[in-house]
Design a protein around this ligand. Structure first.
Ligand SMILES: NC(=O)c1ccc[n+]([C@@H]2O[C@H](COP(=O)([O-])OP(=O)(O)OC[C@H]3O[C@@H](n4cnc5c(N)ncnc54)[C@H](O)[C@@H]3O)[C@@H](O)[C@H]2O)c1
Length: 251
């Protein structure tokens, strides 16, 4: 894989998976714009990666903020060649009759509508270049749900359907669009799927780890590996695909 001269946008860059993906692209020589609502961790890398890294704080559910963030990213990077979307939020397991509309709307806004907004802005430049690669991180929960994650599962199902819709629409521009379905991954998000007040460590061990046939939680590095592959020229004929990185959780 060679990412020298590649201009990359990573969203959710301050998160568990986003940080590792951002760092991998930087180490492979790409220029990266790191977008997130919170940027405290990625900010710390500015000294080490000076000319290669731009950090942009934005709420990516807001159309204006998305537009400004992509403009700023393009000013720094030049034409964007690769987009990896990892932003997302969890849903504490909640019976459907107790789910508030506001929580439902928020899950869909962050996990699905934000993908529409960011893809829309980035695709404009990619179409001009007649080149580009987009990877949206969804979840294996969209294909094999867990009880109580009703809004989350719906939002990730939307992310998968949207990915395929764009893949067919953008193929004529040579823009590839794929998704990754992580299984339970060892980031701070995992604990947030427990019912409110639940014992996070116990749920991680007893529920999530045991649900993975390969017997381990997925790591952010596993997801980064998949993101690098899908973004690389090695995957030049891969579009509209969903890569499960889940230790067999979807089986
Ligand atoms: N951790 C898991 O077990 C797991 C499993 C399957 C799928 N996923 C998905 O993988 C992706 C990455 O998850 P993670 O584990 O790294 O989570 P994380 O919570 O560590 O990272 C998510 C990032 O998204 C950012 N974000 C949230 N709302 C935002 C907004 N409105 N605007 C901009 N940024 C925003 C957060 O600030 C955070 O940095 C998510 O889409 C998640 O749904 C995670």
């Amino acid at each position: 894989m060679n990412f020298q001269n590649k201009n990359v946008v990573v969203t959710g860059a301050n998160g568990g998976m986003g940080q590792v993906i951002t760092k991998r692209f930087l180490e492979e020589g790409a220029k990266v714009a790191a977008l997130d609502l919170h940027v405290d961790e990625v900010e710390k890398w500015k000294n080490e990666y000076g000319d290669q890294l731009e950090v942009i704080s934005a709420n990516l559910t807001e159309e204006i903020e998305v537009r400004e963030a992509v403009e700023k990213a393009t000013e720094f990077l030049g034409p964007i060649s690769i987009l990896v979307n990892t932003l997302g939020i969890a849903q504490p397991a909640t019976p459907i009759d107790e789910v508030e509309v506001a929580d439902w709307d928020r899950l869909l806004a962050v996990n699905t509508t934000s993908l529409f907004l960011i893809n829309k802005e980035v695709v404009k430049g990619m179409k001009e270049q007649r080149a580009g690669v987009i990877t949206n991180v969804a979840s294996i929960a969209a294909e094999r749900p867990r009880p109580g994650l009703n809004a989350y599962v719906t939002s990730k199902g939307g992310a998968l359907a949207f990915t395929k819709a764009l893949a067919i629409e953008l193929a004529e521009y040579k823009i590839r669009v794929n998704a990754i379905n992580p299984g339970p991954s060892d980031t701070s998000m995992l604990g947030k799927f427990s019912p409110e007040g639940g014992d996070v460590d116990q749920v991680k061990e007893d529920t999530f780890k045991k649900s993975v046939p390969l017997g381990e939680l997925v790591t952010p590095e596993d997801i980064a590996e998949a993101a690098m592959y899908l973004s690389s020229d090695g995957a030049r004929m891969v579009t509209g695909s969903v890569l499960n990185v889940d230790g067999g959780r979807g089986l």
